[in-house]
Design a binder for this molecule. Structure first.
Ligand SMILES: *Cc1c(COP(=O)(O)O)cnc(C)c1O
Length: 338
């Protein structure tokens, strides 16, 4: 059976580096959406709690419910409450959605400072506060998201500047409406490390904690280590002679006699099919032929094969990002903390 191992030392090493940047473990909000970036929601929540992380960010209320016992605070990025609890906060992404939240829901308002994906416009803040008050919601925080924190450009500064204006206006309105002191946050992983003097209330950290952040050299963060490794097991082996072909379409032809084995990790498990015939493992085993749904072939005889231990490396080969490689991994794969 293919398996994922999660390296706790590496994860804690990454959290040490992150806590240094946030200046406090309490300001780390661990982003656990999409099955914790494919790592396993409950496994990562368990380790985060053990480290002392108290906050988490997910997409949905269902995810939040699964990890409720592990954290004091869980922010859902895109959910309408069905089963509210004291720990869960809900994001307002649009003015028109405010009426959908039940009375007394704890909410945070997302403001669009330039990404133009989710969140209300900066010009709608006053209207949003009025509607939130009318709906009887408990507004606790205001946040934004960066579109280019991981690129070497001035856009991060431009959005930070916009968010500064948002914070001022929002806190004034909060005082006026009696919402109290708001929680403000704008940083994902890349943005956190660009901020040499981080002073927000929390940072929403995903990819850095998983150790797969890929930034340009000028803003590179040293010392982060990938948490996840993927191993597959041999199903069968065969000796092939020079000139024989492997797999669907026979797209690989041997140029010498060799042993090709088939392993139990295919695109149905999350092995991106574009890696077919185009990927070499960290131990120099060559992928041959097309990756099929539950199988992939390598020139290798080993019982177990390390497919990758750094999602960033495999992402580079097929011109995608580590996020896609990781979130493609199916929840059904066995996870083991090592
Ligand atoms: C996914 C996400 C993050 C985490 O981003 P990373 O680059 O993985 O740190 C933070 N904030 C929001 C709103 C997100 O959707």
């Amino acid at each position: 059976m293919a398996k994922i191992t999660l390296n706790k030392n590496n994860f804690f090493n990454n959290l040490d580096i992150i806590a240094k940047a946030t200046k406090s473990v309490d300001k780390i909000a661990m982003v656990l959406k999409d099955n914790a970036y494919g790592h396993g929601l409950v496994e990562m929540a368990t380790m985060a709690k053990e480290y002392g992380v108290k906050k988490a960010v997910v997409q949905t209320e269902t995810e939040a419910k699964n990890i409720e016992d592990f954290f004091d605070y869980i922010l859902t990025l895109n959910s309408i409450p069905h089963d509210m609890s004291d720990k869960i906060r809900y994001t307002i992404n649009d003015l028109n959605s405010i009426v959908k939240f039940p009375h007394c829901t704890k909410v945070e308002l997302k403001v669009d400072t330039g990404m133009h994906r989710n969140g209300i416009a900066m010009s709608q803040i006053e209207e949003a506060f009025t509607k939130i008050k009318e709906q009887g919601l408990l507004l606790e925080g205001v946040f934004t998201h960066h579109r280019s924190a991981d690129e070497l450009s001035s856009e991060w500064f431009w959005q930070m500047d916009n968010f500064k204006k948002v914070k001022q206006e929002a806190q004034n309105l909060a005082d006026k409406h009696g919402f109290g002191t708001l929680r403000f946050h704008s940083s994902n992983s890349a943005a956190l490390f660009r901020n040499s003097d981080f002073d927000e209330d929390m940072a929403r950290v995903g990819i850095a904690a998983y150790g797969c952040m890929n930034l340009p050299d000028a803003i590179k963060v040293e010392g982060l280590k990938p948490v996840l490794s993927l191993y597959a097991n041999k199903i069968s082996s065969r000796e092939l002679t020079k000139g024989e072909r492997v797999g669907y379409g026979g797209i690989f032809e041997t140029d010498e006699n060799c042993v090709v084995s088939n392993y139990d990790f295919g695109y149905g498990d999350g092995f991106l099919r574009v890696c077919s015939n185009n990927y070499t493992t960290p131990d120099a085993k060559q992928s041959v032929g097309r990756i099929s749904m539950d199988n992939s072939s390598f020139i290798c005889e080993d019982e177990e094969i390390l497919i990758f231990d750094d999602a960033g490396e495999i992402a580079k080969v097929v011109k995608t990002i580590s996020y896609e490689v990781l979130t493609s991994l199916k929840p059904s794969i066995r996870r083991e903390i090592v």
